[in-house]
Design a protein around this ligand. Structure first.
Ligand SMILES: Cc1cc2nc3c(=O)[nH]c(=O)nc-3n(C[C@H](O)[C@H](O)[C@H](O)COP(=O)(O)OP(=O)(O)OC[C@H]3O[C@@H](n4cnc5c(N)ncnc54)[C@H](O)[C@@H]3O)c2cc1C
Length: 119
């Protein structure tokens, strides 16, 4: 018996399962893929708000330990116009671009550690 069944064990599903499991719900995650598993179509820049969430969930040190750096300075180069600077108003103040095989697994491991079950 489960309170919630989450279909898809990657960044969206694993994060959802993580939050539900940490609230004490019995969570089943199902995915047709076997993990660790990469996603070749997604580069996955995690923007500042997402990095703040990873920090709040306690997962930022694990991602940084994987060798993925924090990206603090941004430049959008449109030829004659270049926007450059640091986006304001976030806790960590950085974006990051972990490989999906790393990001998805860190989130999934955290969901499983919180008590979710994976099939
Ligand atoms: C080229 C490209 C570049 C991108 N770049 C970025 C970026 O830089 N930054 C960003 O934030 N987003 C980016 N995105 C978007 C990002 O990839 C998606 O928002 C993200 O992958 C969605 O995650 P998800 O966990 O919902 O789904 P997915 O990553 O698609 O995972 C879905 C999972 O569900 C499983 N599944 C689905 N249906 C079933 C089923 N019926 N039964 C069992 N399992 C099932 C699949 O096996 C899969 O593992 C990009 C996307 C593309 C295509």
């Amino acid at each position: 018996m489960f309170d919630a069944v989450v279909v898809g064990a990657r960044c969206a599903g694993a994060a959802t399962a993580l939050l539900l499991a940490r609230q004490g719900h019995r969570v089943l995650i199902v995915d047709q893929a076997h993990f660790p598993s990469d996603v070749r179509l997604s580069t996955h820049l995690v923007w500042h708000a997402g990095v703040d969430l990873l920090d709040r969930w306690g997962l930022l040190p694990t991602l940084q330990a994987s060798g993925c750096p924090l990206l603090t300075n941004f430049a959008l180069d449109m030829g004659g116009l270049v926007l450059q600077g640091q986006p304001p108003g976030t806790r960590v103040g950085a974006a990051m671009a972990p490989r999906r095989v790393v990001l998805d697994q860190v989130l999934l491991d955290a969901a499983l550690a919180a008590g979710a079950e994976l099939r």
